[in-house]
Design a protein around this ligand. Structure first.
Ligand SMILES: CC(C)(COP(=O)(O)OP(=O)(O)OC[C@H]1O[C@@H](n2cnc3c(N)ncnc32)[C@H](O)[C@@H]1OP(=O)(O)O)[C@@H](O)C(=O)NCCC(=O)NCCS
Length: 193
């Protein structure tokens, strides 16, 4: 059984979302400015608790089941955001989604956390490709994806159903080889300084 021991970055700790996160997760995921571009809504406290419990006790990274990472700052245990990953049926690819609690945006936390999770997915889980599906008006998400090295693969017209409406959907992708060459280039750049 695959286990996830957590990830540590310069400022952040990343672990699996668990029952202790339920109240804060429910609070910020229910804010209109947070769910504006997301079809998924957390539901009731009981549903969120059950989701968090399942997430932290069952094996992570199983195909077609969400694994939800919790992001907190090293200096405090408060949940500041989350990252969801769902593997394809054959386990070789994944879709990634990310959310920060509004008080913690524009500080580079999402860049730091998503980058660490991508490193884990490509280098430890061994994925071939990761993609994200984003509303074309969701500019902060698109900036984040481009900063991380994702490529725009396609703009689908009215293909995403959300709260009774149909919305355009931009697919951003990254291959394992792109992740590794970006990492090598960053290391070479660092050595040449
Ligand atoms: C998508 C989302 C996570 C992006 O958050 P974000 O705060 O823009 O991203 P980061 O935390 O990486 O911060 C980057 C910004 O902080 C700035 N910044 C400040 N200090 C920084 C630092 N130390 N390191 C890096 N960036 C820093 C960057 O310049 C950048 O600003 P810019 O976007 O104006 O260029 C956030 O907007 C969100 O939760 N949205 C709602 C949920 C959602 O729609 N999710 C997407 C569904 S797929």
């Amino acid at each position: 059984m695959r286990r996830f021991a957590g990830l540590s970055t310069e400022r952040l700790a990343i672990r699996l979302l668990d029952e202790g996160d339920a109240t804060e997760f429910l609070r910020y995921r229910n804010l209109p400015e947070v769910y504006r571009y997301q079809a998924w809504l957390p539901g009731s406290m009981d549903e969120v608790r059950a989701f968090c419990l399942r997430n932290s006790t069952e094996e992570p990274f199983r195909p077609s089941i969400y694994t939800q990472f919790a992001i907190s700052r090293k200096e405090g245990d408060l949940l500041i955001g989350d990252i969801g990953v769902i593997l394809s049926a054959d386990g070789a690819q994944a879709e990634i989604g990310f959310t920060l609690s509004p008080g913690f945006t524009r500080m580079g936390y999402a860049t730091e956390a998503v980058s660490a999770v991508l490193g884990y997915l490509f280098e430890e889980v061994g994925l071939h490709r990761v993609h994200a599906s984003v509303d074309p008006d969701n500019t902060s998400s698109i900036r984040l994806l481009e900063r991380l090295g994702f490529r725009l693969e396609g703009h689908l017209i009215k293909s995403y159903r959300m709260r009774g409406g149909w919305y355009d959907d931009c697919i951003f992708g990254m291959l394992e080889e792109e992740w590794l060459s970006k990492k090598d280039a960053a290391a070479a750049n660092h050595e040449n300084r």
